[in-house]
Every structure is written in C-alpha cells, then in structure tokens.
Design a protein around this ligand. Structure first.
Ligand SMILES: O=P(O)(O)OC[C@H]1O[C@H](OP(=O)(O)OP(=O)(O)O)[C@H](O)[C@@H]1O
Ligand code: HPA
Length: 326
C-alpha cells in the first residue's frame, strides 16, 4: 500500500524559480545544483564551505542559477546581479558576503535594488558567522536549543523538508484509502509525538487520536498507559515512529485485535527492516532506513534530541560505549 522512500538523496529536476511578475525577466542561465553529480567550480572558498554546510543538513541548493538585470542604459542591460545560491525548498536566494565593508556596502545596494525590482524574490545577504542562524528560517530553530552536539552526529539522514514532504504524501494516501470513513489514530508514546501531530493534520478525514505507552521488561512487553477510547467497531490506524524488531507492533496488534476494531492497519514513519525479528504487516511506510541508530523528529537517545526537526544518525561510539553494563 505505502511506497516507502529509500533513504538516498533522490535527484529530482530542480524547479526553475518563477520570474518576477511585472518586472523585466531575469536571464535564466545554466544552473548547477546539489542533485547533479559534479560539483560546480566555486568562485570563492566560502561558497564551497556554504555548499558543504547545506549538504550536511540535506538542504537542496543551486549555484548561481539566475542573473537579474538591475540597470539599463539606452535600452540595454547595464548591470546584472547573479546571487550565489538558490535554495528551492525555501524559495530563497542567498548572497554570501565577507566582513569587508566595501564589499558589504556594494552587495547591500544590489540586494536592495533587486528587492525593489523583483518584489516576489526572497533574498538574504549572509555572513559566514550567520550560516547557522539561517537554519532557524528553515524550521531548524531548535538546533541551538537542544545544543546539537556535532561530535555525536554522524550525518543528517532526512532533512526537515524531506520529512514534511513524505508526511504530506502519507496523509494524502491515507485520506484516499479511508474515503467515506472516520479513523481512530493510535500513537505509541513517546517517539510518536511529532509524526502523529504532523500526520494527523495531513489527513483530511474525520479522526480521533489516542495514545498507548509500552514498557519492555525481561518478561516481555506490557502496557503502562492504555487507550482512553473504545476501539470496537472503529477503523484503527496504529501509528509508530519506527519499527525495528517488530516486537512492539506485534504486541499492540495482538492486543487491539482482541478489542474487535472494524479494521486495523499500521503506519510507520521509519522502517528499519534489516532489524526485523517478528514479521508484522506494515501498511504505510515513510522511509526504509539502514540499520543505524537515529535521533530527531521524536526519536531520542536517552531522552535527548527528540526536538530536532530533522533525523540524524548518531555516531556508533556514542551509544556503543554506553551499552555493556551502562
Ligand atoms: O520494533 P521494536 O524493536 O519493538 O522497536 C520499536 C519501538 O521502539 C521505539 O520506542 P522506544 O522504546 O524507543 O520508546 P520511545 O518512543 O518512548 O522513545 C519506537 O517508538 C517503537 O515503539
Ligand atoms: O534508531 C532508533 N532511535 C531512537 N529510538 C529507537 N527505538 C528503536 N530504534 C530507535
């Protein structure tokens, strides 16, 4: 039913940004983007550094894709401005600048003129020291709050934009599959917090939300917080953040089946299929991911990192050193 995304960067044709209405057309030129295999020849080391920074956070970029005419003389273009980067997911042009005041003044003037002529174009002038600040514009605001420790993070696996895009697709698919029905979404605490909040808002059917919490002990799995609602006769969709061994989902499915819902399906954001010990039916999968420990977007390492808006792989040594005997 679900078409899970493999977590590899999927190259897609990059959208050419729309031309500003009413103003003279910017000259579209050949663009080089992050989804192309070869990296562009950057004019300045700071640009290469910015591209690497964007790649780390899996933010799509194009290098100098457009030139905007800024001034005309005798009917001919007398001045052009080609911003360094375009970020299609944010619909934002970025011009990098150094601390050299003469350059900053000139660039500021160009940016102001571009905004006047092309009011629909979003552009920022960015200092190197502000790279991280830019993230707050992309929904990455909590990076500082959680004090993301780069030394603990192997890599960003899914960006906020990638997660949100896939959640929207899942919401559409679920809404279509449950046409004419209402749904009872059952989330398993606590990792489900953000996925359930976003997924439920992407579903356009009437729905109720309820929560379960489980504990895993030597004797097996048991419920520490049961549902408030009666599931009998309801179309229940069990929502998980991640399915690993399958033990949790298997337990919940067996428990809920006994309560005689009208239907029972499973949706998970992440499927670590390699880790499966108990086969479980999963109807909707956001992403199939490799067998690595991931944090962010609800998933934790010792209760930390849940509030990262993206998903990253924790360095193996961080959790392995904590394992034997803790
Ligand atoms: O397929 P399994 O091997 O059973 O693993 C999946 C379970 O593990 C995670 O919960 P976790 O115990 O980490 O609790 P949390 O959601 O509160 O972080 C996740 O939310 C699933 O419920
Ligand atoms: O990869 C994971 N990260 C966080 N919590 C988890 N619970 C199961 N797998 C994971």
């Amino acid at each position: 039913m679900g078409e899970p995304k493999e977590v590899i960067r999927n190259p897609e044709p990059d959208d050419v940004p729309s031309e500003p209405g009413g103003a003279p057309s910017p000259a579209s030129t050949e663009s080089t983007s992050s989804s192309e295999p070869s990296k562009p020849r950057f004019a300045h080391p700071a640009e290469a550094e910015f591209a690497a920074f964007l790649d780390f956070y899996r933010i799509r970029w194009e290098y100098e894709p457009k030139a905007f005419p800024l001034r005309w003389r005798d009917g001919r273009v007398a001045e052009m401005f080609r911003p360094d980067f375009y970020l299609p997911e944010q619909d934002l042009y970025v011009e990098l600048t150094t601390m050299r005041q003469s350059l900053v003044t000139r660039k500021n003037r160009k940016v102001r003129r571009l905004r006047q002529l092309y009011p629909n174009i979003n552009i920022v002038l960015l200092y190197r020291k502000d790279f991280h600040e830019l993230l707050s514009r992309f929904g990455y605001g909590s990076v500082h709050i959680t004090s993301l420790r780069p030394d603990q993070i192997e890599r960003v696996l899914l960006s906020a934009a990638e997660i949100q895009g896939r959640v929207a697709e899942l919401g559409q698919q679920i809404s279509a599959d449950y046409a004419g029905e209402s749904i009872l979404l059952v989330g398993v605490l606590k990792g489900i917090t953000f996925f359930l909040a976003d997924l439920s808002r992407a579903i356009t059917r009437p729905l109720a939300i309820d929560y379960l919490q489980l504990a895993h002990t030597g004797e097996g799995v048991h419920i520490t917080k049961d549902l408030d609602l009666d599931v009998r006769g309801q179309h229940v969709l069990l929502v998980e953040d991640i399915v690993n061994t399958g033990v949790s989902v298997d337990f919940v499915l067996r428990t809920l089946r006994e309560r005689e819902p009208a239907s029972l399906r499973v949706c998970t954001l992440l499927d670590k299929a390699e880790r499966r010990l108990v086969p479980v039916p999963v109807d909707y999968v956001g992403f199939t991911i490799p067998n690595e420990f991931v944090v962010g977007y609800g998933l934790d390492y010792r209760e930390l990192y849940r509030n990262l808006p993206f998903l990253c792989v924790l360095k193996r040594e961080v959790y392995e050193e904590a394992l034997p005997g803790e």
